[in-house]
Structure formats: C-alpha cells, structure tokens
Design a protein around this ligand. Structure first.
Ligand code: HXC
Length: 257
C-alpha cells in the first residue's frame, strides 16, 4: 500500500481503514492524520463505497495524539501549521463512518472515534481525554463532541480529571452505539457497515446530513432542514423503488440514483 501508518481494504461496498502504528499504540502523528484523511477522502469520492469502518488493534484504537511529536512544538509552530485542522475534513465526509474501538481510545483517539457517525466498542475498550495530565486540553474536538455525547457533568469529570471510562459507563452515557465481545468487534462493524452500504447512497447521505444538522442548528431550523431534505428524496429513483418494493412485497433494488 502507499501508506505507512494505516492499512486500507475494500470489502464489497465497505472501505476499511486500520490504524497501524503498533509500536506506539496507534498514536496519531502528522503522517497518520494525513493518511487517514487521504484514504477516507478517496473512499468518500468512490461511488462504489457506501460506508467506511475505522479501527485499530485489539490493544488500542489510538492512545492519543503523538506526544513525542508534539513535545518540542511551540505556540507559533502549532498555530501556523494549524495543528489538527485537517481532521475537519474527516468530520465532513459524506459517507457514513463507523468507529470500531477496542482497547485504548484516549485523547485524539477518543476524539477521532467520536468524529465517526457511530461508535461500536469492544468489551475491553477504554475511553478518556487525558490531555489535562499533560498540561494541555483536547484539541481535535473532544471538549465539544464529548460534551454533546455525554452531557456537561460527565464531560467535565473526564476532561478535568483525565480518568478513563470503561464500556459499561460509555454505553450508559450514550457515547457508544453498541458494545460487542472483543473478538467479534470487526465482524460486527463490517455487518453494520454492509447494512448501511446496502441502502440507497443518496438517501444515506441525506440521512447522515440531517442527523448531523441536529448538532449545528436550532430545533426549528433542524426540523425545517429535515423536512426539505425529506421532500428532496422524492426526486430519487431509489425512493420510488423502495416504496414500490414494499408494496410488491419484494426486496428493493437500489441503483444509488
Ligand atoms: C506517543 C505513545 C502514546 C502517545 C503510547 N505511546 N501512547 N507515544 N504518543 N499518545 C507509546 C509509548 O511511549 C510506548 O513507546 C508504546 O507506545 C507503548 O506504550 P506503553 O505506555 O508502554 O503501554 P502501556 O504501559 O500498556 O500503557 C498504555 C497507555 C499509555 C495507558 C495508553 O501508553 C499512555 O498513557 N499513553 C498516553 C495516553 C495519552 O496521554 N494520550 C493523550 C495524548 S494528547 P515505547 O517507545 O516506550 O515503547 C492528545 C491531545 C490531542 O491526544 C489534542 C490536544 C493536544
């Protein structure tokens, strides 16, 4: 592969990105960020791909931004290079992204998992924002996305103490869509991704965009956006096919148009 820090694979209509810096628990250095964003953008442009799975190893999804790379940087360095801004392009993908998290998802690792549209966690997963223990704060959206996911009190607890949270707590708090046995994590993530990828791609884009809007707008603006987007699905051949298939008691044959 053309990549140094990730593995990529196509499984039918699903693109899989595996973070692969095992000696550093998949710490996110600048090469890895560039590669994940490039690979995800390529999948996003590919109409043959209907969902993207992002995963790590059994020991670590990612143990954070690369502390050794960050250690020597000064304020002007990180400001001028706009550190971590490229991750915004990952968050803006139109293709649904499924994070399959086993082991440590700390700091930037937790933040990248939260940037994905849905998060499946293995029983051994551990989440945390330990930046405070390094004298810094989350920098890839953690203070915003964790707070939206679990509420202010638990977000403050995690971000101010730097403690880790296990899967039971993470699921109870609403961070995680499903908890699965560790050895079944990838299988289950691929099943979810396959299911999503079997739907009409333009309808899936519309659904993802509508849910994402809930984080960006007021309720009345969001509901109006949803309704207009719903109306727009009536221009899709797949919408006509889906409803015809239901009436005729058969499976729909979506053509992504
Ligand atoms: C660079 C890292 C790393 C990281 C682990 N490693 N995490 N290198 N950046 N974030 C490296 C270790 O230095 C070590 O390399 C190897 O990976 C294995 O890690 P160990 O610590 O030996 O493993 P273990 O004892 O099992 O402990 C696992 C761990 C611990 C609890 C996850 O590694 C840890 O606390 N990591 C840092 C977690 C963290 O603070 N993340 C937040 C980063 S800041 P060697 O060469 O010694 O074998 C962040 C901010 C984002 O993400 C934006 C704002 C700045």
């Amino acid at each position: 592969s053309a990549y140094e820090t990730i593995l990529i694979e196509r499984r039918g209509r699903v693109g899989v990105i595996t973070l692969n810096r095992p000696h550093a628990l998949n710490a996110l250095n600048s090469t890895l960020m560039r590669e994940v964003v490039a690979a995800a953008t390529d999948f996003d442009r590919d109409r043959g791909i209907g969902a993207i799975v992002v995963t790590g190893s059994e020991k670590a999804f990612a143990a954070g931004a690369d502390i050794k790379e960050m250690a020597s940087q000064g304020y002007a360095d990180v400001l001028l290079a706009d550190w971590f801004a490229d991750w915004d392009r990952f968050a803006a993908l139109r293709t649904p992204t499924v994070a399959a998290v086993a082991g440590y998802a700390l700091g930037g690792g937790c933040e990248v998992a939260m940037m994905c549209d849905l998060l499946l966690a293995a029983e051994n997963a551990k989440f945390g924002q330990p930046e405070i223990t390094l004298g810094t704060i989350p920098g890839i959206g953690g203070s915003q996305r964790l707070t939206r996911a679990v509420g202010k009190s638990k977000a403050m607890d995690l971000i101010l103490t730097g403690r880790m949270m296990g899967v039971e707590e993470a699921e109870r708090a609403g961070l995680v869509a499903r908890v699965v046995p560790t050895e079944r994590l990838l299988e289950e993530a691929l099943e979810v991704a396959d299911k999503i990828a079997s739907m009409s791609l333009p309808a899936v884009y519309a659904a993802k965009e509508a849910v994402a809007e809930a984080f960006e707008s007021t309720l009345s603006d969001g509901v109006r956006f949803e309704r207009r987007t719903f109306h727009a699905t009536f221009a899709l051949a797949d919408r006509a096919e889906g409803m015809a298939a239901f009436t005729e008691k058969r499976k729909p044959n979506f053509t992504h148009s």
